[in-house]
Write a new protein. Structure first.
Length: 458
C-alpha cells in the first residue's frame, strides 16, 4: 500500500513539474534566440536537414566550437517533428517544449537520487522542491544545453549509485560510463565527473584487486569510447586532435587579459574576444585562422597572462563566486539572465527562490543525512563549481549543474525539521498525559535514545 501511494505521489509531482514548465513556456511567448542559443538552433536545423554541423558559424569552415550533445538532440527533435524549416516562433516553441520534458526528467532523477540516499520520504520532498525551483524552470525554458547536461549528469550518478546495490558487477558501471560520456559530449567540462563516478563504482574488496578496479576501469573506458566518433569527425574535418570542443581557449582568453582586469563595472568578468584590444590581431584573422590553431593561440596567451598576473586568478574566483551566489548586484544578475531571454520579473523570482533554497541547503548540510551520504556525491557539485569558477560564470545558467544538489540538501533540512517538529509534539502530548515529572523523564529518554536525526540535528 505504501509503495502504491508513493508511486502515485511521485507521478503527481512529475505531472505538476511538467505543467509548470509548459505554463512558463506559454507565459513567455516573446522568447528569442540570443548568443549560444542562436548557434544551437543553426546547428540543429543543419543536422535535421542531413548536413551535419553548420559551417555558417565558422566562416564557411568546419567547426567544433559547440559540443555536439545538445545540437544533435535538438536536431533530432526538429527532424522528428518536421520543423527544421518552420518559422522561428513555431520552431522555438517545439524546442522549448522539448526542454520542458527534459526539465521534468531532471525532477524525476532528483527524486530518485534522494530516494537512493535517504529513502522515499525525502525523495518526494526533493521532487516537490525541484518541481517548483524557479531557476530550473527558467533555464529549462531556454534553448540551451545545460538542462540536457543535468539530465545526463544525474543519470550517470544514479546509475553509479545503483551499481553499489546491484549483484551485477558491470551492468550499472557500463551504463554510468555511457551516460557520463554523453554528459561530456554535452558540456566539455564534464570530464571532471569521471572522478566521482569511478569512485562510486570502486566498491570491491580488497581495493587494489582486479575485481575492485574492474568497474571503474570499465566506466572510464566506456565514457571515453563514447567520445570516439565525434573525435574522429573532428580529426577528419579540422585536421587536429579535438576530443570534444575548441571552447577552452576562448573561455580562458576572454577572462585573463588587461581589459577584464581593468574593468571596474563588472570586475573580473569574461568578455567576448572582439571587445578585447589584446586580441585585435587574432580577431582580425579569425576568418582565415583554423579553429584548432586559434584555440591553441588563445590558450597559450591566457596561460602566459596568468603566469604574469597570478593573483588575478584569485580575483576571478572571488567575483565569480559572488556571481554564482547572486551577490554581485541585482543589475548583474538580471543582465546575465537576459542572455537567456529571461525577463527581469522572472530573474528576480529566480534569485529569491535560489536564496531560499540555498539557505535551507546550508541547514541541510549539517544534518545527519548529508553527513551520511557518500562523499563522492558531494564531489560532483564541488568539481562542477571548480570547473567554471576561474573562467566564466553567468547565472542562473552556469549554476544549473549545482542546483539539483542544493535542492537535495534543502530537502534533507525540511525532512529533519519535520522529524524534530513531530518529536516535540509527541513529547508535549506525553507531558500532558504523564504529568510534568514523567514528561520530563520521557523527553530525556527521547533525547538520549531517540532517532539519530532527532538527537544529532539542531
Amino acid at each position: 500500500m505504501r509503495v502504491r501511494w508513493v508511486g502515485l505521489a511521485a507521478l503527481a509531482l512529475v505531472a505538476g513539474a511538467l505543467a509548470l514548465r509548459v505554463a512558463y513556456v506559454d507565459a513567455t511567448p516573446g522568447y528569442t534566440l540570443r548568443h549560444d542559443a542562436r548557434d544551437y538552433d543553426v546547428h540543429a536545423r543543419s543536422i535535421a536537414e542531413g548536413q551535419g554541423y553548420s559551417k555558417r558559424l565558422a566562416h564557411g569552415r568546419p567547426t567544433a566550437f559547440r559540443p555536439p550533445g545538445y545540437p544533435y538532440f535538438l536536431g533530432g527533435v526538429y527532424k522528428v517533428l518536421g520543423v527544421e524549416r518552420a518559422p522561428a516562433p513555431r520552431r522555438l516553441r517545439v524546442a522549448r517544449m522539448a526542454q520542458a520534458f527534459v526539465g521534468t526528467a531532471i525532477v524525476a532523477l532528483v527524486g530518485v537520487l534522494a530516494l537512493q540516499l535517504w529513502g522515499w520520504g525525502v525523495g518526494l520532498v526533493a521532487m516537490a522542491l525541484s518541481a517548483v525551483y524557479v531557476p530550473l524552470i527558467t533555464v529549462g525554458g531556454a534553448v540551451m544545453s545545460e538542462p540536457l547536461f543535468d539530465l545526463f549528469m544525474l543519470g550517470a550518478l544514479v546509475a553509479a549509485l545503483q551499481h553499489r546495490r546491484s549483484p551485477h558487477r558491470y551492468r550499472w558501471a557500463l551504463l554510468a560510463g555511457f551516460v557520463g560520456g554523453l554528459a561530456i559530449l554535452t558540456r566539455a567540462n564534464a570530464f571532471v565527473l569521471l572522478l566521482p563516478l569511478a569512485w562510486a563504482v570502486w566498491d570491491g574488496r580488497p581495493w587494489r584487486s582486479r575485481s575492485a578496479l574492474g568497474p571503474p576501469a570499465v566506466l572510464v573506458t566506456v565514457a571515453l569510447l563514447t567520445l570516439v566518433p565525434w573525435t574522429i569527425r573532428n580529426a577528419r574535418e579540422l585536421h587536429a586532435f579535438v576530443p570534444v570542443s575548441t571552447q577552452f581557449g576562448s573561455a580562458l582568453a576572454g577572462t585573463y587579459n588587461d581589459a577584464v582586469r581593468a574593468d571596474t563595472q563588472n570586475p573580473a568578468a569574461w568578455q567576448g574576444l572582439k571587445h578585447i584590444p589584446d586580441y585585435e590581431n587574432l580577431w582580425a584573422h579569425i576568418g582565415t585562422t583554423p579553429e584548432p590553431v586559434l584555440e591553441r593561440e588563445l590558450r597559450a596567451a591566457a596561460f602566459r597572462y596568468i603566469r604574469e598576473h597570478p593573483l588575478f586568478v584569485a580575483k576571478v574566483g572571488w567575483w565569480n563566486t559572488r556571481r554564482m551566489l547572486e551577490l554581485a548586484g541585482l543589475r548583474r544578475s538580471r543582465a546575465t539572465a537576459a542572455t537567456l531571454t529571461i525577463n527581469h520579473k522572472w530573474a528576480d523570482r529566480g534569485i529569491l527562490c535560489f536564496w531560499i533554497v540555498a539557505g535551507l541547503a546550508l541547514l541541510g548540510a549539517v544534518t545527519h543525512r548529508a553527513r551520511r551520504a557518500p562523499p563522492y556525491v558531494w564531489l560532483v557539485p564541488v568539481l562542477m563549481f571548480l570547473s567554471v569558477i576561474f573562467l566564466v560564470v553567468e547565472t542562473p545558467r552556469y549554476r544549473t549543474p549545482i542546483d539539483p544538489f542544493l535542492v537535495l540538501l534543502a530537502a534533507a533540512a525540511l525532512a529533519a525539521g519535520w522529524e524534530r517538529a513531530r518529536a516535540l509534539l509527541a513529547l508535549a502530548r506525553d507531558r500532558q498525559l504523564l504529568g510534568p515529572r514523567e514528561g520530563h523523564e520521557a523527553r530525556q529518554r527521547a533525547i538520549g535514545h531517540g532517532d539519530e536525526g532527532l538527537a544529532g540535528e539542531s
